[in-house]
Design a binder for this molecule. Structure first.
Ligand SMILES: Cc1ncc(C[n+]2csc(CCOP(=O)(O)OP(=O)(O)O)c2C)c(N)n1
Length: 365
């Protein structure tokens, strides 16, 4: 009920939305549509805040910016340095998915951020309201006064939503698509790599599938470093690893993740001579509900070549995997492999948990 009412409340009062999808807010990011409504999926949470600031400067109206609390770090810069009441004082209505709230059962990286989320908001001077289950009337009244506070004092305010308040859309959907499956590609990769390979894999289902395929199929060649958080940073971590390690580094990234900090790809051109980069492109933020990433408008061949990749390869179906993977693994220099896959992943995915051990194994000889 509160989900429906919050969407109704937002639509009645706000016409511009920008955010990075979150599993807790999945219905919000999917349902905020309509004739008068403009909705931009942002590359990262800082950009979402900035889209909102630009909208306010043009229309003098309050924007709504939504994201998961893990992205609060990205959002902080424009919130403090531009929107803060002691700088330009700009009204923003933030909707924040609160993973890892104290007392909840969530993954370690979410528990760390969840514990300090409200403290961060306090430090930022942001008035907030936590949505409570089954308290619809009170919720809406409080949201109204929160919105009025933001408009009256020209300041950012936040509505914070705990896990399980809304219907979640993080559960992986069984593969239905006839398109290439990510898991099939990952399995083929794990079967071909040598023991001196180090894989650095991105946030969400990619790392979880990799972890599961290794265990279930007893595939032990090489080691993995799962970027279970720090979305958007797999490329940067892999790049320096590939430069400074004697091992063979492979980065496996997602389209949402690559776009989140796309600028870091320029460092490949400047600093690296040898870099193996795999983009699993499903054109969506599948791990948090399948919302669009806008990657369909990017030509990754032109992009990769423009930043110095010597070779670009693309896999779109099962038949191409073996041959193109061999080429990819044997080529020297900077190679960009785009693997176009459908949505859907393996069911009952576990989660890597023993991080210290994973790190130890990864850095061992
Ligand atoms: C900074 C940050 N913002 C948002 C999230 C929530 N989040 C986790 S996975 C994910 C989607 C990643 O999309 P993509 O890289 O395309 O991979 P896919 O989920 O499609 O496999 C999002 C938004 C996060 N973990 N960190």
């Amino acid at each position: 009920m509160i989900e429906k009412n919050l969407i109704k409340f937002l639509k009645k009062n706000i016409n511009f939305y920008s955010g990075v999808p979150d599993s807790l807010l999945s219905s919000i990011s999917k349902k905020l549509k309509g004739k008068k409504i403009k909705h931009f999926i942002a590359a990262n949470e800082g950009s979402a805040i900035s889209h909102g600031i630009g909208y306010f400067l043009a229309k003098k109206k309050i924007p709504c910016i939504y994201f998961q609390n893990s992205g609060l770090g990205n959002a902080i810069n424009p919130i403090i340095s531009i929107a803060h009441k002691k700088v330009y004082s700009i009204p923003l209505f933030l909707v924040i998915g609160w993973r890892g709230s104290p007392g909840s059962n969530d993954e370690p990286q979410h528990m760390v951020k969840g514990k300090i989320t409200l403290q961060i908001l306090k430090l930022l001077g942001i008035k907030y309201y936590i949505i409570k289950k089954n308290k619809d009337k009170i919720n809406i009244q409080n949201l109204k006064s929160l919105l009025n506070h933001s408009k009256k004092f020209n300041v950012p305010v936040a509505c914070v939503i705990k896990k399980n308040v809304f219907i979640q859309s993080e559960k992986n959907k069984k593969i239905k698509s006839t398109k290439l499956q990510r898991s099939l590609f990952l399995e083929s990769l794990l079967k071909k790599i040598k023991n001196n390979t180090r894989i650095i894999s991105t946030t969400g289902f990619t790392s979880r599938e990799l972890y599961r395929i290794r265990i279930n199929n007893d595939l032990n060649q090489g080691k993995d470093f799962y970027m279970i958080g720090g979305m958007g940073h797999s490329l940067s971590v892999s790049l320096t690893h590939s430069i400074f390690s004697k091992k063979k580094t492979i980065c496996i990234d997602g389209d949402g993740s690559l776009l989140m900090h796309l600028g870091s790809i320029v460092a490949c051109s400047k600093y690296s001579k040898n870099f193996k980069y795999i983009l699993i492109n499903n054109f969506s933020h599948e791990s948090v509900g399948g919302q669009n990433t806008n990657s369909e408008i990017v030509n990754f061949e032109i992009l990769s070549k423009s930043v110095g990749f010597k070779k670009y390869l693309r896999i779109t179906n099962k038949k191409e995997i073996s041959k193109k993977l061999n080429t990819f693994l044997n080529l020297k220099g900077k190679v960009f492999l785009e693997v176009r896959v459908g949505n859907g992943s393996l069911v009952n995915l576990g989660r890597p948990k023993d991080f210290i051990n994973i790190k130890k194994k990864f850095i061992s000889k």
